[in-house]
Design a protein around this ligand. Structure first.
Ligand code: FES
Length: 152
C-alpha cells in the first residue's frame, strides 16, 4: 500500500492491520512517535492524520492509506512556533512523551490559535506525562500562541 508521510509517498509492504506506529518506526525509520501504552491511552504515539491528532499505535495502516500523515519529524519546515516555545519554556524532562505532546499541541493551535486554559486541558488530557510537565506544557502552548501572533 502507499502511505504519505511528511509529504512523501512511500510504497510499504505491510499487513493492512499493522499499526501506523510500527510502519513509521520499523519500516520508515521515523522514531519520533513513541510506543507508550499500545492502547491509545497515553498519547506518546500521536501523529497528525489529515490534520487531526491521532493515536498511531491503534491506527491500522490500511485506514491511513491515501491520507496525509505528519510526524514530529515533518512538523516544520524548521522549528515551528510550538517547538520554539517548548525550548523557551524548557518543558522537557525525560522527553519520552514530548513528541506526542507537541503533536497534540500543534493540532490544538491549528484549531484554536488562542486557546484558553480549559481548551488546553481538554485538548491535552489524552497525553500523559509521567514526569509531570503539565504546567510547563500549558505555559508553552500559550507562548506558542503568542509567537504565532507575532508576539514574543
Ligand atoms: Fe518524561 Fe513527559 S517528560 S514522560
Amino acid at each position: 500500500m502507499q502511505l504519505k508521510v511528511n509529504g512523501v509517498v512511500h510504497d510499504v509492504q505491510v499487513p493492512d492491520d499493522m499499526p501506523v506506529l510500527w510502519v513509521l518506526r520499523d519500516v520508515l525509520g521515523l522514531t519520533g512517535a513513541k510506543y507508550g501504552c499500545g492502547i491509545a491511552q497515553c498519547g506518546a504515539c500521536t501523529v497528525h492524520v489529515d490534520g487531526q491528532a491521532m493515536r498511531s499505535c491503534i491506527l491500522p495502516a490500511a485506514s491511513a492509506a491515501g491520507k496525509a500523515i505528519v510526524t514530529i519529524e515533518g512538523l516544520g519546515p524548521g522549528l515551528t512556533a510550538v517547538q520554539r516555545a517548548w525550548i523557551d519554556v524548557d518543558v522537557v524532562q525525560c522527553g519520552y512523551c514530548q513528541p506526542g505532546q507537541i503533536m497534540s499541541a500543534a493540532a490544538l493551535l491549528r484549531e484554536r490559535p488562542n486557546p484558553s486554559d480549559a481548551d488546553i486541558d481538554r485538548a491535552m488530557s489524552g497525553n500523559i506525562c509521567r514526569c509531570g510537565t503539565y504546567p510547563r506544557i500549558r505555559e508553552a502552548i500559550h507562548r506558542a500562541a503568542a509567537l504565532m501572533k507575532g508576539g514574543s
